[in-house]
Design a protein around this ligand. Structure first.
Ligand SMILES: Cc1cc2nc3c(=O)[nH]c(=O)nc-3n(C[C@H](O)[C@H](O)[C@H](O)COP(=O)(O)OP(=O)(O)OC[C@H]3O[C@@H](n4cnc5c(N)ncnc54)[C@H](O)[C@@H]3O)c2cc1C
Length: 403
């Protein structure tokens, strides 16, 4: 590939939310972009709690206006200790108003978010969408060659691997992983309820893991129930009426009468961390580079920060006439994402382990931590600010600046 072409084009592999966001950011910044991906499998009933920075980034990319009416604001977050253990923590309530925000973020069903991203992507003249799978990836010195199942081949100086947890891009780049499987499963379901949620998300900490209700528009909420796999199977086998009753009991009827909607998801909890974020002209984003348990709404928020960061770096390189997939750009990406992803992974892992442990001192430390958060206003506000907009990682899109 001649020098003049090393700053012009990129290929994104994977049409999930992280890949679509990266492709839109690159194309809007003037890079000729191709996205190759199959549509996500139908029937994913998950929702995503998008924190304020992610919402700002999607608004800056022209996506949020296409789905804002399908999202519910998260104004209050409650943590309730439902472990029934000797040292129980007090209930802790975080209010967005306390840190001058109207909402911590918004919760939206994944299908609506992906639909809005696809609509925005289709409207960009320098973004080509190919509904297909990549089956071979060959990184070279000056470009990466991709073979599609249709027989078409593509080539670019930068490939964004957004192809999920079993990433072919990661393998082709020669990047290894560290993996941990937790003895838990997340059961997901959307539901209707007779009492209003008042824009409040409630997380019950139970001995099996968190049971989290997150508001959706109207008198609807989504539930992520983390529990022992056998218990999850037993619940998933119940009919709608019995499952609704079980959820109402577990939620102490805070939302009144519950009626589950069709569709149930079952997600074994794993943690996967790629050893590097980028190598051999391939930069990984989203679950291709980190999978963390669905606790504390971090996964896709991290994925969107990956997408915003690689977009920012590649567009700056293009404007300066530099190689957008070269060693310098990729090293900068790795350096900018490492601390953010590492610290969130650790926090989620620790919180989950403190729930599972029977070791009294650890249970006590968790209770004390929550007690301090409840009592010490500045500490609580610092944690809220860091949760919504991490100081160490605020890509330009998350600050509302176009690339
Ligand atoms: C129960 C649950 C609740 C969650 N809740 C939240 C939350 O509230 N907030 C939050 O921030 N995160 C949450 N997450 C995490 C979030 O859902 C994930 O981070 C996100 O879906 C990952 O998106 P992605 O684009 O990286 O990957 P994916 O959505 O997996 O997309 C990858 C895409 O790549 C495609 N692909 C794969 N291989 C190829 C190939 N060879 N060629 C072409 N295409 C390919 C696939 O078909 C797929 O469409 C939750 C996760 C779970 C399990």
């Amino acid at each position: 590939m001649p020098d003049k072409d090393l700053c012009k084009s990129a290929i994104v592999v994977g049409g999930g939310p992280a890949g679509l966001t990266a492709a839109i950011a690159l194309a809007q910044g003037g890079i000729e972009t191709v996205l190759v991906g199959r549509r996500p499998a139908p029937g994913d009933n998950r929702t995503t709690a998008l924190l304020a920075g992610s919402v700002t980034a999607l608004a800056t990319l022209g996506v949020w206006e296409l789905c804002a009416d399908k999202a519910a604001p998260l104004k209050i977050m409650r943590i309730v200790d439902d472990t029934g253990r000797l040292w129980r923590a007090p209930e802790v309530k975080f209010a967005a108003q306390e840190i001058g925000l109207d909402a911590f973020g918004h919760n939206i069903e994944n299908r609506h978010l992906i639909d809005a991203l696809e609509r925005r992507a289709r409207g960009l003249p320098n973004l080509r969408l190919i509904e297909d799978a990549v089956f071979d990836i060959a990184p070279g010195e000056r470009s990466v060659l991709l073979a599609l199942t249709s027989g078409e081949t593509l080539q670019a100086p930068l490939v964004i691997g957004a192809d999920g947890r079993r990433s072919l891009c990661r393998e082709a780049a020669g990047i290894g992983i560290e993996q941990h499987k937790y003895p838990q499963v997340a059961l997901t379901v959307c539901l209707r309820h007779s009492r209003p949620h008042r824009d409040t998300s409630t997380e019950f900490h139970t001995p099996g893991g968190p049971f989290t209700l997150v508001p959706l528009p109207g008198q609807r909420s989504s539930l992520v129930w983390v529990l022992d796999p056998a218990d999850a199977d037993e619940l998933a086998a119940l009919d709608d009426a019995a499952l609704s009753d079980a959820i109402e009991r577990a939620s102490h009827s805070i939302l009144g009468k519950i009626a589950v909607e069709p569709g149930r998801g079952r997600f074994p909890l794993t943690r996967v961390n790629a050893r590097r974020f980028a190598r051999n002209r391939i930069a990984l984003v989203g679950e291709a580079v980190h999978v963390i348990p669905p606790i504390g709404a971090q996964g896709l928020n991290l994925g969107l920060r990956d997408a915003a960061t690689i977009g920012e770096i590649a567009i700056a390189a293009r404007r300066a006439g530099r190689d957008i997939g070269g060693i310098n750009a990729l090293a900068q990406y790795d350096q900018m994402r490492r601390a953010d992803v590492g610290s969130r992974t650790l926090a989620v892992d620790l919180l989950n382990r403190t729930l599972l442990t029977d070791f009294l001192p650890v249970q006590g430390a968790r209770g004390l931590g929550l007690y301090m958060l409840d009592r010490i206003g500045p500490l609580r506000r610092a944690l809220m600010r860091e949760g919504v907009a991490p100081r160490g990682s605020r890509p330009r899109l998350m600050r509302g600046e176009a690339l």
